[in-house]
Design a protein around this ligand. Sequence first.
Ligand code: UDP
Length: 499
Amino acid sequence: MEETTKPHLVLIPWQGSISHIIPMTDIGILLASHGAAVTIITTPANAPVVQSRVDDRATPPRGGVGITVTAIPFPGAEAGLPEGRERLDLLRSPADVPRFFAANKRFGEAVARHCLGGASLPPCRPTCIVAGMCHSWALGLARELGVPCYIFHGFGAFALLCIEHLFKHRPHEAVASPDEPFDVPVLPSFECRVSRRQLPPHFSPSTSMGGGPLQEIRDFDVAVDGVVVNTFEELEHGSAALLAAATGRKVLAVGPVSLSHSPSLDPETMSEDARRCMAWLDTKASRSVAYVSFGSAGCMPPAQVMQLGMALVSCPWPVLWVVKGADSLPDDINKWLRENTDDADGVADTKCLVVRGWAPQVAILAHPAVGGFLTHCGWGSTLEAVAAGMPMATWPLFAEQFINERLIVDVLGVGVSVGVTKPTENILSASKTDGSKAEAEAEVGMEQVMKALERLMDQGAEAEERRRKAQELKAKAKGALEEGGSSYVNLENLIQSFV
Ligand code: UDP
């Protein structure tokens, strides 16, 4: 293929969360491995995350054009944000959230200047734009360029299908209380029972995001030409096709995108945290370790951290526990963590290894010593666990994670529910008017965590059946990205239909 005729896909990840940046970068890597030219546009503080993932990819770009990472300044200061606050997890309080969205609008104007060729910039003309879910400005840009615009939400197809159903049929408005479970009947053979409290922020516009941005996101979602989803068609019981039928848009399942990487185990290039985790896992017996992580920024109230921690140090399995936001935990909890776990020097006989930084999750899930994953059901983590054939214990925190839990436990049969009923407050779900952090109680007691871990790590028939199903999905996940597989074909479709 001549370079001039190559499709050029411009990917603009939603910079609000690292968990959106990671899979969109991986999509870029997969598209380049199929021979497309790819530009990933992000902000300066996030560009190193993208560039290091691009450098770490498993396969070289076909045709040698590869991936350009472009950093466009984030106009945070103009919206009243301090320098460098280019992701939601870097904000100081819920009051900064509207400023972040205001800055994102200006960022969109700067991206448009870049793509259309401003006075000082060479144009970056795409044949297709794939934009993160909050970049509603990308649609106008795509229309101006006369190219298709795809959206990437970071959610799975089942969750997107449920969200579509909720928007259209509004079953949550028919229940009397926020805790009353109701069904979201999107798959013929399964119930999806959730409560209003457990729904994503789209359905509670009193959050710190406010109704304005939420409505803009919905309008964008409805108007785009198609949806790119990090999933594979064989996984979610036809959800991608049902979503396409329900919305009239193309839905392209192109995952699991984490398979664009083979986890790097080179001690020379690994971070100190990663080295510590992998060296510790190497000393553990096969499938003996419970891995516990709540995503890129998932935090819990201090009382809940204590209940979880007490379960993790007293259960019979070695535990690798990733703790985010430890700096904002009270001193007594940090003291307890230091005294009861190893969170500094990583000695081989430690029962519970705590990582306060960034854990190499994909490599951890692929390690033979890991036997189960206690997860918050973020979609990135869910799909990484599926790709690794790993059974899960589910502890959703917020967003669409309660819906993902239903998929993992009831539909796929690869998870055990911890039994959380209420979402955990975060910077987006905090009330618009009251930014103060409520002193939340622990909903889940130590015994409840222990019970879920016992079922997850057990050797009995029920647990073995979950493991068998998880291994079956792992094989299907790998097959989807191989030549002729469903995700492989969808990547080709995304590239070829717009040449
Ligand atoms: N992740 C990681 N190390 C960490 C924490 C998170 O590699 O210490 C990665 C994880 O592998 C996944 C992403 O961050 O790719 C988290 O995405 P997910 O959708 O699961 O959750 P979110 O961060 O959006 O809550």
